[in-house]
Design a protein around this ligand. Structure first.
Ligand SMILES: *Cc1c(COP(=O)(O)O)cnc(C)c1O
Length: 197
């Protein structure tokens, strides 16, 4: 997936022309204007940033997959909204694998009960897990975090009794390592689009 936060729309259009059809945004408002100029059907739209509960309605309209569910309250709000428009929304649970206080995401300890709640909600389709690994100078340093997300997925699958196929992990600095550890989606910004201001 190309992460296009702060990327000029002309560059995004060029990437679409070259065949990049999964785009990630981290803010609802920016995604809304992007989708307005490029079209809802131009790509699969991913919400990779923290989602505030008051933006849930817009998010359900705009995105194909929300990577950042990290509380039962947010899950319930998304489910209610999706049901009210007669549909369902695909979601991932964001896990704070490094337990960093500055990061969003559920702790590894709290994952299983949240997965059970999300899986039980009509209007949500729980497809997997997402993480942002702690920053590190060497890609290899991310490997244990990505391996741990894969193991957490297996544990949560056993708990809910059904598969969660997606693992969203890996960014510009370490996506190869993430793929080796089982990523099904990597979220790449600067390596494709250059550095952001
Ligand atoms: C910005 C961002 C990325 C992409 O980061 P790069 O290092 O530019 O590839 C991936 N995931 C999330 C959640 C982001 O906010």
């Amino acid at each position: 997936m190309g992460v296009v936060k702060n990327v000029p729309t002309e560059s995004v259009r060029a990437a679409l022309d070259m065949g990049l059809h999964h785009l990630g945004e981290n803010r609802v408002q920016e995604a809304a204007s992007r989708i307005e100029s490029l079209g809802r059907d131009a790509a699969h739209w991913h919400m990779v940033g923290h989602l505030q509960r008051n933006k849930v309605g817009r998010a359900v309209e705009l995105f194909d997959l929300i990577h950042s569910v990290d509380s039962a309250e947010l899950a319930q709000a998304l489910a209610r909204r999706a049901r009210s428009v007669g549909g369902s929304i695909a979601v991932l649970i964001e896990v704070n694998v490094g337990g960093e206080p500055s990061k969003f995401g559920v702790t590894p300890e709290a994952l299983d009960p949240l997965a059970e709640t999300v899986a039980s909600l009509e209007g949500l389709s729980l497809e997997g897990l997402m993480t942002v690994a702690p920053p590190a100078p060497e890609p290899e340093q991310a490997r244990p975090w990505y391996a741990s997300l894969r193991e957490l997925r297996e544990r949560a699958e056993r708990r809910i009794g059904r598969p969660m196929p997606q693992l969203s992990m890996g960014m510009s600095g370490d996506f190869e390592v993430a793929i080796e550890e089982g990523a099904t989606m990597v979220r790449v910004g600067t390596t494709i689009f250059g550095s952001r201001n």
